[in-house]
Design a protein around this ligand. Structure first.
Ligand SMILES: [Mg+2]
Ligand SMILES: [Zn+2]
Length: 160
């Protein structure tokens, strides 16, 4: 018998928001993370009512001193504001590979932790991301389906 909420787990950079040429969150001249939603993201997510929506993001830049955890949190809060307060929660991995943590994708820790907190049935849930590590992380967490961001948001090859 299945119980629990369905979750929609979303990667951040390259999935919800634009990234820079190093595939990281863009930082402006004042040192702030600039948040720019990708095409179709708001339109696609706004009507969703049948699942809890989460952001799960690797931010090794925190470990490497490129940005602070609070800046990443502020960026996600801003994303949520632009999306109309649709997020139920989020997880940030501030580590890099050398930390061997259980949260950095392709590990499944962030989604599993959110599932525990919010009563999410992972097998009934979906993950959306722009990289293979997102798909691997979905599998590691036991998430039932993965959809690449370009398909989910309807981007053509020309981009976002
Ligand atoms: Mg990404
Ligand atoms: Zn981690």
């Amino acid at each position: 018998m299945t119980t629990g909420n369905r979750g929609l787990f979303l990667d951040l950079a390259g999935t919800l928001v634009k990234m820079d040429e190093t595939r990281q969150l863009p930082i402006d001249r004042l040192g702030n993370v600039s948040v720019e939603l990708l095409t179709g993201v708001r339109e696609k997510l706004a009507p969703i009512r049948d699942c809890l929506i989460f952001v799960v993001t690797n931010q090794a830049g925190v470990k490497r001193g490129r940005l602070r955890l609070e800046q990443v949190e502020a960026a996600i809060v801003e994303v949520d504001r632009q999306l109309g307060d649709i997020l139920s929660g989020w997880k940030i991995c501030p580590h890099d590979d050398s930390d061997r943590c259980g949260c950095r994708k392709p590990a499944g820790g962030m989604m599993q932790e959110l599932a525990g907190t919010y009563g999410v049935d992972l097998a009934a849930s979906t993950m959306v991301g722009d990289q293979e590590i997102d798909e691997l992380a979905a599998r590691a967490a036991g998430i039932g389906s993965f959809v690449c961001a370009s398909e989910f948001f309807g981007w053509d090859d020309a981009g976002r």
